[in-house]
Design a protein around this ligand. Structure first.
Ligand code: GDP
Ligand code: IMO
Ligand code: MG
Length: 424
């Protein structure tokens, strides 16, 4: 059984928790897109892990971890993560497989991300400054790309870096009056990364297809969320990869027909970090209540997340384009204590109601959500393990979400811990 887990909103839906739970039955967990912009939280007992590049399966000592070709790898972050798990007694030796074809995020990518965001002022995208956009741009541009395989041929890498850094320095000086970066220093760091990472480098596409042929169970771990997808999200306020399930095949080299189930993860409300339109945003006390109860602060950047009502128009769109079979609805516990809850079931745009998510942000920015209002519940539901034990109003809320999004909710999150999960 192969499963793909993907975010249905603007990221941070709780993918890490679901991947960790389902990884118990998986042989391999695969990251296939994005980079260290992701922050996936796994809570085991009282220990909290925040993973940026390692698949969430990494915390289970028996599970194989694959970082496939579609990921952009910041080697500084990845080696740091490997070391920090080792300090906690969790070794990745012999079970981490890094694609030779994944691209490397280097210092000049992070510098460019920061310089460009600064130059945009209030029009900035609100990126994580992890160098994601500049690295994917180099991948698509090809001329200045550095891939993981280059770490295994340091002489050639040295020459490559001299040319690339020289070019970047000229551009950064001309556009931003920036101080030059040193290609020698970047190369020295690459020598250290090579020592640590070369033993893990392999052909992950071949590895995955061999695993499929042998009937192994694979879990594909999406990063970000469908509304941040470069082609299908709220462009330009998106990330630079195909963060919907549509990116899985290209990012892992595995066709969708080899995946038995696509599970979309959504919160029982909506959050977003960074800029861009957000029709159901609550810039009021209810928004603050959700932020406080849900601890809605970025795992990667610590920024407060913008909070709002559940947007069934957006999630239905994500379900539709992503071929989603089932929804994992997280953070239902966070909504306890809100008297009345709203679910956006349509957008009113220029006096017309539509249930299809608009494909450009100029239209989305005009959308007024049409809400269905339902009664909330007061009970603390964080220890409940059975759907039938939930308050009637909570059950009704979940059922309405199923109706509006046209997908069954088969997993419900009622807290950050593994056991705080209801299966239906
Ligand atoms: P990801 O990027 O999708 O993996 O999500 P993040 O880890 O960035 O953010 C989700 C946050 O919610 C983390 O702090 C999780 O520990 C926490 N979390 C996950 N599921 C639940 C849930 O059902 N209830 C509550 N209260 N917290 C949850
Ligand atoms: P996980 O995997 C939430 C957002 C940034 C910004 C936009 C572009 O933890 O769900 P980027 O650095 O990618 O160029 O930033 O995308 N963003 C995320 N928001 N969760 C994430 O990952 C995100 N990764 C990127 O905040 O708005
Ligand atoms: Mg996150």
């Amino acid at each position: 059984m192969n499963t793909c887990i993907v975010g249905l909103q603007w990221g941070d839906e709780g993918k890490g928790k679901i991947v960790d739970i389902l990884a118990e039955k998986a042989n391999l967990v695969v990251r296939y897109g994005g980079g260290a912009n992701a922050g996936h939280t796994v809570v085991i007992g009282d220990t909290k892990f925040a993973l940026h590049l390692l698949p969430s399966g990494a915390v289970r000592p028996e599970t194989g971890c694959v970082i496939a070709n579609g990921v952009v790898i910041d080697p500084d972050c990845l080696t740091g993560e490997i070391d920090s798990l080792a300090e906690k007694g969790i070794s990745l030796k012999g079970r981490l497989f890094i694609s030779q074809n994944a691209h490397l995020v280097l210092d000049y990518h992070k510098a460019e991300d920061q310089l460009r965001e600064n130059s945009l002022g209030k029009n900035k995208i609100g990126t994580t400054i992890r160098g994601i956009g500049p690295c994917y741009a180099d991948k698509v541009g090809r001329t200045f790309a550095v891939r993981v395989a280059d770490l295994a041929d340091l002489d050639t890498l040295k020459q490559k870096l001299t040319k690339i850094v020289d070019y970047k320095n000229k551009v950064f000086a001309a556009l931003y009056n920036a101080e030059p970066l040193s290609s020698e220093e970047i190369f020295k760091k690459c020598q250290l990364y090579a020592e640590k990472l070369v033993p893990f480098i392999t052909d992950t596409t071949r590895l995955l297809h061999t695993a499929i042929d042998h009937g192994k169970s694979i879990l594909f771990e999406g990063a970000q969320g469908t509304l941040l997808d470069l082609d299908h999200g709220t462009f330009p306020f998106v990330t630079s990869s195909n963060a919907s399930s549509l990116g899985m095949s290209a990012g892992a080299g595995v066709p969708a027909r080899d995946v038995d189930k696509f599970i979309g993860v959504a919160k029982a409300y909506t959050t977003r970090v960074g800029s861009g339109p957000f029709p159901t945003e609550l810039d009021n006390e209810t928004g603050s209540y959700i932020r406080d109860r849900g601890n809605e602060y970025g795992t990667t950047t610590g920024r407060p997340r913008r909070c709002g009502w559940f947007d069934a128009v957006a999630v239905r769109y994500s379900v539709t384009i992503g071929g989603i079979d089932a929804i994992a609805l997280m953070h239902l516990d966070t909504l306890s204590g809100i008297k009345q809850l709203n679910i956006a079931t349509a957008y009113r745009i220029n006096s017309e109601d539509s249930t299809f998510f608009p494909s450009n942000i100029e239209t989305l920015a005009k959308a007024q959500p049409v809400y269905q209002t339902v009664a909330g519940w007061d009970e603390d539901i964080s220890e409940m393990t059975d759907f039938d034990d939930l308050p009637q109003n909570a059950q009704r809320y979940v059922t309405l979400i199923e109706d509006f999004t046209r997908a069954p909710v088969t997993i419900i999150g009622v807290g950050p811990k593994r056991r705080q999960t209801i299966f239906r």
